[in-house]
Design a protein around this ligand. Structure first.
Ligand SMILES: [Fe+2]
Length: 283
């Protein structure tokens, strides 16, 4: 049995749908795949994508990304109602959002959200970041910290005892640490930014440059919404050898304090400068 990983499939793009559809039907029948979120914000497309993947692999492991929780313009009252529908779809397909184990492997999803632990969110980011407009939360979730508490609360309080000899792989949609972002990101990869971006950056960088040595790059604007250091704390309870993450779309891997971090995002079709667009084998 092999373990593969991918994230940020954004299968609404025909090229990405074709990429999934072209995966062999027979080659991966004994294998497990991690899908680390952001398959689609459209529930029908999400369902058809997961059906395609479930047919190709023995087991599919999934955590929701922020795009799965977009509800503006849909029939869902809020993002958590949609999350429950996603759970139902996955259950029907035999996919997992909970711990999976085999004789040699443990794979564990880590739920989370961004909590601004990587950087302070600016007003400019609040204006352009789609989650602020497309997600909708029930009344008992009043702010970002409440969203985080909800998702962190899905994770088990205590990790199970891990028998010796098993390979442990954790995965999250959001980044577990900001130092996974490479120092250099190709300029083609830019988010929609306000016209005042250079001014924004100057003030933003003044605030945190000593910590991260950022360059004047629009990508840095979204660092506050890339993830949370808490995700790393939770993942390390399992003593993983590998942690797979998505969301940034920037393919990268490195080993930090004994954990091998891997981003194998498919990303948008235009992002060939930051994505290999290959199915990544973990073990
Ligand atoms: Fe994302």
């Amino acid at each position: 049995m092999r373990l593969f990983a991918c994230s940020d499939l954004h299968i609404d793009y025909p090229e990405n749908f074709k990429w999934i559809n072209n995966l062999s039907i027979s080659e991966f029948q004994q294998d497990v795949i991690i899908i680390a979120g952001d398959v689609s914000n459209n529930i029908k497309i999400f369902k058809s994508a997961m059906e395609l993947i479930a047919k190709r692999f023995k087991k599919v492991m999934f955590v929701p990304g922020n795009h799965e929780l977009w509800v503006k313009g849909t029939e869902y009252i809020d993002s958590l109602v949609k999350l429950h529908e996603i759970q139902r779809i996955l259950y029907d397909l035999g996919c997992n959002m909970s711990l999976y184990h085999s004789t040699e492997l443990i794979v564990c999803p880590i739920f989370g959200w961004y909590d601004y632990s990587f950087a302070t969110v600016s007003e400019e980011l609040r204006e352009v970041w789609s989650d602020y407009y497309y997600c909708k939360w029930p009344l008992y979730i009043a702010n970002t910290q409440d969203i985080c508490s909800y998702f962190y609360g899905i994770n088990p309080i205590q990790a199970p005892d891990i028998p010796n000899g098993k390979t442990v792989v954790t995965f999250s949609h959001f980044l577990p640490r900001i130092d996974l972002m490479p120092n250099y990101i190709p300029q083609k990869h830019k988010i929609k930014t306000p016209k005042t971006v250079s001014a924004v950056y100057k003030s933003h960088i003044t605030e945190i440059s000593e910590q991260y040595c950022w360059k004047l790059d629009p990508m840095r604007l979204i660092y506050p919404v890339l993830g949370s250091a808490r995700i790393d704390e939770i993942a390390r309870r399992y003593h993983p050898q590998f942690h797979v993450y998505g969301h940034s779309h920037v393919n990268a891997e490195c080993i930090i304090d004994g954990v091998h971090y891997i981003n194998a995002a498919l990303g948008y079709p235009s992002e060939t400068n930051i994505s290999y667009r290959e199915l990544r084998q973990i073990i």
